[in-house]
Structure formats: C-alpha cells, structure tokens
Design a protein around this ligand. Structure first.
Ligand SMILES: [Zn+2]
Length: 137
C-alpha cells in the first residue's frame, strides 16, 4: 500500500518570502495561534530559539494553572497545600507575562518588516497617488 505523502509546508520559507527578510541563524518560526496549518504571515513570528522554547514551557504552565480552578482565597492559606499552589501559580503567570511581552517585540519586528516590504513594492504612479492622498507620512 502506498503511503499518502504528508503535505509539508515550509513556513520558514513563507515567513521569508512574505517579509522579504531572512530568518537569522538559530531562530525558529512560531505559529501564534498554535495551529501549524495556519501559515498566514500574521500567524507567524520569528523568535530566537531560546525564547521560543521558553515561551512553550511557560505557556504550558500557564494553561495548567489557569485551568486548575484555583480560588483566590487560597492565597490566605499560606502554609497550606493550596497556598503553596497559589504562590506557584502566580509566579508562573508572572513568568508567562514576561516571556509573552518579549515575544510581542518580535511580532512588532514582523509587522515592521511587512510594512517595509509592502512599501518597496509600491512603485511609480501608485506610490505618488498614495502620497498625494496623505497615505504616506
Ligand atoms: Zn512555537
């Protein structure tokens, strides 16, 4: 029986084509919504591998603690199991926010790259018309 070939999408190539910038060595391309089939450029972000790994680690913990049904009042029980868990959860959520904030910078980089590339593609009359209408400052 013949194996059905799995459709391999080179999303790194898509990222480079869409942004017009090469992905630096040692960087990964991350799917923002977690859906690896969604290779729309707005769903892709290039991240340094280390940060990418970090993101997935903290995101996993964030999910775990967010879905654990912990109650805020457990904060009071500082020497109890619940209190320790609450502390742990808060620390993980802080870590997640910090890593998430760092990743956002790379989304900004991508947006900048897309914008630049699009402007390069605008030539002649079209660009003049956009400038005339005040579209480019
Ligand atoms: Zn990822």
């Amino acid at each position: 029986m013949k194996k059905i070939p799995k459709k391999v999408v080179n999303y790194r190539k898509i990222y480079e084509q869409e942004t017009g910038f090469p992905i630096p060595e040692g960087w990964d391309v991350h799917h923002i919504d977690g859906d690896r089939a969604n290779n729309n450029i707005l769903n892709l972000v290039a991240l340094p591998s280390e940060l990418h790994q970090q993101y997935h680690n903290v995101a996993k913990n964030e999910c775990y603690y967010s879905n654990s049904g912990m109650k805020p009042e457990e904060e009071q029980m500082t020497d109890s199991e619940g209190g320790r868990f609450y502390d742990e959860a808060i620390n993980e959520l802080i870590k997640f926010q910090e890593v998430h904030r760092q990743c956002r910078k790379y989304v900004d980089v991508r947006n900048y790259q897309i914008g630049e590339e699009r402007m390069h593609q605008l030539k002649g009359d079209l660009l003049r018309e956009i400038i005339r209408r005040g579209g480019v400052k």
